[in-house]
Design a protein around this ligand. Structure first.
Ligand code: SAM
Length: 238
């Protein structure tokens, strides 16, 4: 029998965004791999499991170590990823690393979905861009600008490669209307969640938290307003 790997989306932070299926796959695994933030929504399920806690120094080696350790067993390994594992979570690398395993990818609620719900926009009317993965950053900046020029909303995952303020300045300098509405969604579904409404011009002056999704909203999407609710659930994440 082959080992099993579950690549599990755990939602944006709070336990009530963790699906039943995700809980089940984590509960039946004997080993769990993930970063601190990935483990947070599932922390009540981790007792007695072998934990591989990734960080900025060890994340490659540790993933390799876990994959090697169980490759010739019938173990079940849960690889946890914040939000949805099919959005900016290194999915291709994980599929490759665990290729001898039977793999199930378990969808989760993405920070992108939560930001879209707060901004009251359709994701299919937006472009989604991440600055979290390596690759051609210039190309992604042009893609973002082109999407806005074509009347799409923008959902941007901030990352080391391009901070939101720099992205906003680039967009304004390259022909995008600085008065477009922007929702800055910091640390969604975490106890210190912070949501700021501004404009594209205003975003150029804001130093956002690294865990932020930016929604740039086209006027046609604004009709329903930006009224929103607070998703943070301090009880489950403390
Ligand atoms: C490595 S990517 C992972 C995205 C994740 N798979 C998802 O579906 O949300 C990390 C980026 O996702 C966004 N992100 C993830 N969780 C977030 C949260 N709780 N609040 C705000 N942004 C979040 C931020 O842009 C962060 O820099």
């Amino acid at each position: 029998m082959k080992p099993q790997a579950y690549i599990v989306g755990v939602g944006p932070g709070t336990r009530d965004f963790l699906t039943e299926r995700a809980r089940d796959r984590i509960a039946r695994s004997q080993a769990v791999l993930g970063w601190d933030l990935d483990l947070l929504p599932a922390k009540d399920l981790l007792a007695g499991k072998e934990i591989y806690l990734q960080n900025v120094k060890n994340y490659r080696e540790l993933a390799l170590e876990a994959a090697e350790k169980f490759r010739h067993t019938d173990a079940r390994v849960a690889i946890l990823r914040i939000g949805d594992p099919c959005i900016s979570s290194g999915l291709r690398g994980l599929l490759d690393l665990f290729k001898d395993y039977e793999i199930e990818v378990v969808p989760g609620i993405s920070s992108v979905q939560v930001a879209a719900s707060l901004a009251r926009i359709n994701i299919d009317e937006a472009v989604v861009v991440t600055f979290h993965e390596s690759g051609d950053i210039q190309e992604r900046m042009r893609f973002m600008r082109d999407g806005l020029l074509r009347g799409r909303h923008l959902l941007m995952l901030s990352g080391e490669e391009l901070r939101p303020d720099a992205a906003a300045r680039y967009l304004v300098e390259n022909g995008i209307n600085e008065s477009l509405s922007v929702l800055v969604c910091e640390r969604l579904a975490l106890p210190d969640q912070n949501i700021v409404e501004t404009t594209l011009g205003g975003l150029g002056e804001i130093e956002a938290h690294w865990l932020t999704v930016i929604a740039v909203v086209q006027p046609s999407g604004k009709g329903q307003g930006l009224e929103r609710r607070d998703y943070a659930d301090p009880v489950s994440t403390s």
